[in-house]
Design a protein around this ligand. Structure first.
Ligand SMILES: Nc1ncnc2c1ncn2[C@@H]1O[C@H](COP(=O)(O)OP(=O)(O)OP(=O)(O)O)[C@@H](O)[C@H]1O
Length: 288
């Protein structure tokens, strides 16, 4: 049995994060077509183990955004975080990555806090949190994914350039490599940021609302790549608003509303009772 839902949405965004920049990230470079592999065959086998989130409570100055969250995120699974506006979906990702200071609880993997292993994480924030006037080309942005591996003051190696070129090709954006990032459409920008995350060769991928404002073609590309990442043993975490058919693409759902309402596969999570607890009267069952 499968339900689709309709959600009324209110949006308010007020903070901006600047794109990271370094001397090396702005080096001019060109993509060599002959070196581009058409698939990311070189997605390395994963060394991930589950991320364990225990008793996580996150406060902003005057509000408790998340209360006592306990969760496991498994490698090899494509996981969606769902819930109404203000439920704490973005906060959960930011809290996991240590971006919100007032967090209590533990987030561990490989026996250590996740915040001590951020080199293993690729994070793509919401579009609204990126400064699109930042003076960088598409290829600059994708190369930024290689900064951790290259070091801040070193030139990119040929292998880094190959990896970045393959990532850009994988999202079908090679022809835009010299274009300023601010001049692309929303869907194209999302694909470039996905390419940047791929070029990081991370083990843990976090995407905050990657499907907002993207067309069907981009959505298909994003889901294909998310699936490939999950199938290669990565942890893939996606904040997602669409509870229609596309929810079938996910292996695990995390339903939040300031607290954990439910987690599991869609049959376990998308029950009338859970949806009522999360969305109240704002979600209607449209079909079964
Ligand atoms: N920087 C901040 N300072 C203070 N409160 C914040 C801040 N960011 C978020 N909040 C509050 O924390 C709560 C959770 O916000 P969050 O952005 O995590 O929700 P969300 O589920 O991602 O929402 P949306 O679907 O609208 O993106 C909200 O009540 C929000 O107003």
């Amino acid at each position: 049995m499968f339900y689709s839902f309709q959600i009324r949405r209110l949006k308010s965004k007020n903070s901006f994060e600047k794109l990271p920049v370094s001397i090396t990230s702005l080096q001019p470079w060109r993509l060599s077509q002959s070196r581009i592999s058409h698939r990311l065959n070189d997605i390395a086998p994963s060394h991930s183990e589950a991320i364990a989130i225990r008793n996580l409570t996150i406060r902003y100055r005057d509000c408790e955004a998340l209360r006592n969250i306990n969760l496991d995120l498994q490698p090899g699974q494509l996981t969606a975080i769902i819930g109404p506006n203000g439920a704490g979906k973005s906060t959960l990702i930011k809290g996991m990555l240590g971006l919100i200071p007032q967090a209590k609880g533990t987030i561990t993997t490989l026996g250590k806090p996740l915040t001590q292993q951020l080199e293993r994480v690729a994070y793509v924030p919401q579009r609204s949190q990126i400064d699109w006037t930042f003076p960088a080309t598409v290829s600059d942005v994708v190369m930024m994914g290689r900064i951790r591996k290259t070091g801040w003051l070193h030139r990119y190696s040929p292998s880094s350039r190959r990896i970045a070129a393959a990532a850009l090709e994988r999202v079908k954006m090679t022809e835009f490599s010299d274009r300023p990032i601010g001049e692309l459409s929303g869907g194209q920008q999302q694909r470039v940021f996905l390419a940047r995350s791929l070029s990081q060769e991370a083990e843990i991928f976090c995407f905050d609302e990657p499907f907002t404002g993207v067309d069907g073609k981009t959505e298909t590309i994003l889901f294909q790549i998310f699936r490939e990442l999950a199938d290669s043993g990565k942890i893939v975490l996606v904040v997602n608003h669409d509870l229609g058919d596309s929810i079938r693409n996910f292996d695990q759902l995390i339903l939040l509303n300031r607290e954990l309402i439910a987690t599991g596969d869609r049959h376990q999570v998308l029950t009338q009772d859970n949806m009522y607890r999360a969305y109240g009267g704002t979600v209607q069952f449209l079909s079964q």
